[in-house]
Design a protein around this ligand. Sequence first.
Ligand SMILES: *Cc1c(COP(=O)(O)O)cnc(C)c1O
Length: 395
Amino acid sequence: MKSKEYMDRTEQSVLHTYNRFPVVFEKGEGVYLEDVEGKRYLDFGAGIAVFALGYGNREYEEALKDQISKVIHTSNLFYNPPLMEAAEKLVKVSGLDKVFFTNSGTEAIEGAIKVARKYAYLKDGSTDHEIIAMNHSFHGRSMGALSVTGNPHYQEAFKPLIGGIRFADFNDLESVKAQVTDKTCAILLEPVQGEGGIYPASQEFMDGVRKLCDEKDILLILDEIQCGMGRTGSWFAWQQYGTKPDVMTCAKALGCGIPVGAFVLNEKTAKASLVPGDHGTTYGGNPLACAAVSRVFDLFETLDIIAHVKELTPYFEAKLDELTARYNFLAARRGRGFMQGLVVTGRPVGEIVKKALENGLIVLSAGSDVLRLVPPLVIEKADIDEMVKRLEQSF
Ligand SMILES: *Cc1c(COP(=O)(O)O)cnc(C)c1O
């Protein structure tokens, strides 16, 4: 069967919520994907910042196969070994204390919202608490996560959303302060905004928000779903700012392809929020998902992924800066580590993404005008050179 037939038949039975690119992927190896026609694509999108280890990592696959032949699912009514292992490793690298595993990023955000509401409820018994989120943020598509996503375009048709959400401007501490009331229970932000257009937080903003939260006993929720898991050169982006959250959300690269997310709490928050009966999930943290998470942490250690990202970042950034200098329609580069954006002016970024695909290169867009590069964390210099070559062909 050729691409055309797959595409036509897919459109007949899959709800049309995506304008998919006309490519049908069949398999992957390393940092390349291959479509059903046998054409290979250098992947600087990594399944939207998911496939950090690249495709076909043997040890990762062995962990999944081993777990499949033991047990895939048991429910959260019981214990299982991978759950313990995955949670211990996430606690260790985050320096936080308690983990709740979910199936996706949006569910991790839902959990974090419930944690914040319950924490505040236990303090004063009232049920009108507010959360401050950022304009241009992205936190997911379920109703709670959509409610804190600062993009009216995604929200409009689905109102009424959950109440008590206020929006402030990212990297503008005064605008956050202006939204604080005596009902504020949490401030939620991405240390590096992803979907919104690759905007790293400033140090002053992170410091200021942390201080504000401490002064008023407001929970700081950091969404590390896209910028976490080594992508910016530390386990989590907040670690480079030194601003530890009370609650952190992760997903995307956490399972490197197995659908899994988590919200992670510090001791203070864990002791005074969710208790048995407050929250649950049938699948969340099931043995297969946790076997993936556990092996991902092991492989990050043995492959020294974070040191690799740190080491290669200056080269990656220099190559992108060269492009920005060479092409007038590239206005700027923004980003941290292997989460980079090129601001495109005067032509639609979607055209470049499409052209790049024709030239065997996967890149993404973000916001309205940003070319987003979120490659697997195992890329080498030669892959960066090849990316630059294919991207220039696409200009
Ligand atoms: C992708 C993303 C989400 C939503 O995750 P899903 O797994 O798609 O539900 C939330 N927050 C951020 C920062 C993301 O990048």
